[in-house]
Design a protein around this ligand. Structure first.
Ligand SMILES: *Cc1c(COP(=O)(O)O)cnc(C)c1O
Length: 364
């Protein structure tokens, strides 16, 4: 990256100077043919566009999308905010509830990277309370935390560990922060579990916020469409901060189709394939020398540990197979994450790993 001139560095906010941009899968590798590094769906579906309104600004919160997602999640439309991916939900929450230079958020690493990055871009402090060895919440440590966070980010199923948080732990955290902080439960991978998630419990817990997305199970990462689920009062506060036209008209049209009866049937079909393929893939990966599965498999990816992670990464990349190095995350030394692909991609991954271990066996 080129160095900005001095005068510009004087102008850029100090908290922004200190930042390194999110190392998204797309930024790390632009080549390759098999993309098993960003937890994207391997499937694509067809949608129709009506262009007759493209000359008009879109509705701030298009009603067909609101009604579709409300029906899908079992909520009222007043409990929903449509955002530019769940990532925008994270940012709007921080901008609505945290004062720059003063407030903090609490996160439980290893977890999704965007909570900390969004906080840092807003000059909001980040308190880390690591997950325990079994990747469950350290509830006592969370309760003992003296920095009073405004937002507590929990991720279940968690990226990149694939683990689901204990219901009783989440309840304790909600109770502890009742009246003091919002607990933001990121359910980006909820479609891959056999539960409905926490949407039904919103009314019971006024400080609960849930993040959802069309990027993972719904196979629409390119669409940039996510949802924040919360009490009507919280949604009203967020609506003051979000951009006036956050949902482009083509996005609204496609999202509404994805949330139709047929769209949801397709989603169920995709997820059921991916969940079965995941079990097969996990078995195969665990059968390679010194490869140990880490965490759980409740989302659309597998995490595993191998002392040869660098050599394996390099070998796969040189063959156009992209997976994700998670080894810099807390307690995930030597861990690699593989998103579940289609039949061909999964088979190619196993073939390449087989080739790698055969070749290395001969070399040694
Ligand atoms: C992918 C992901 C998101 C982001 O979803 P978008 O809707 O694509 O912005 C949020 N949280 C977690 C845990 C994710 O893995």
């Amino acid at each position: 990256m080129s160095q900005a001139p001095d005068w510009l560095n004087q102008l850029i906010n100090p908290n922004v100077i200190a930042l390194t941009p999110y190392q998204s899968a797309r930024r790390l590798f632009s080549g390759g043919q098999d993309w098993l590094n960003a937890n994207e769906s391997p499937f694509t579906h067809d949608y129709e566009l009506d262009q007759s309104n493209f000359n008009r600004y879109p509705s701030c919160q298009p009603s067909a999308v609101l009604s579709g997602y409300a029906a899908y999640a079992g909520l009222e439309e007043s409990n929903l905010l449509i955002t530019r991916g769940a990532d925008e939900g994270i940012e709007v929450l921080i901008r609505t509830f945290c004062q720059p230079g003063k407030d903090s958020i609490l996160i439980c690493p290893p977890t999704y990277g965007m909570y900390a990055i969004s906080a840092q871009t807003c000059d909001v402090k980040v308190t880390n309370v690591p997950l325990k060895d079994d990747f469950q919440l350290d509830v006592d440590a969370i309760k003992a935390e003296s920095n009073e966070p405004k937002l507590v980010f929990l991720c279940s199923p968690n990226n990149p560990t694939g683990t689901v948080l204990e219901v009783s732990d989440i309840k304790q955290v909600l109770a502890h922060f009742s009246g003091k902080a919002l607990v933001v439960l990121d359910e980006a991978y909820i479609e891959f579990t056999d539960t409905q998630g926490w949407a039904e419990q919103l009314a019971e817990h006024p400080n609960l916020v849930i993040l959802r997305t069309l990027s993972k199970g719904f196979a629409l990462a390119g669409l940039r469409c996510g949802f924040t689920l919360a009490s009507r009062d919280i949604i009203q506060a967020l609506l003051k901060v979000i951009a006036p036209y956050p949902v482009p008209e083509p996005v609204a049209q496609i999202a509404a189709q994805a949330l139709s009866k047929e769209g949801i049937a397709r989603l169920r079909n995709d997820v059921s394939y991916l969940n079965q393929a995941k079990i097969q893939l996990a078995k195969r990966i665990a059968s390679f020398p010194n490869c140990t599965l880490v965490g759980s498999d409740k989302a659309n990816f597998i995490l595993f540990r191998t002392p040869e992670k660098q050599a394996i990464m390099d070998f796969l990349v040189s063959h156009g197979m992209l997976i994700r190095d998670q080894s810099k995350q807390l307690n995930l030394e030597n861990c690699l994450r593989v998103s579940i692909g289609n039949e061909e991609q999964n088979a190619r991954l196993i073939q390449l790993l087989t080739d790698y271990f055969t070749q290395r066996g001969c070399d040694k």
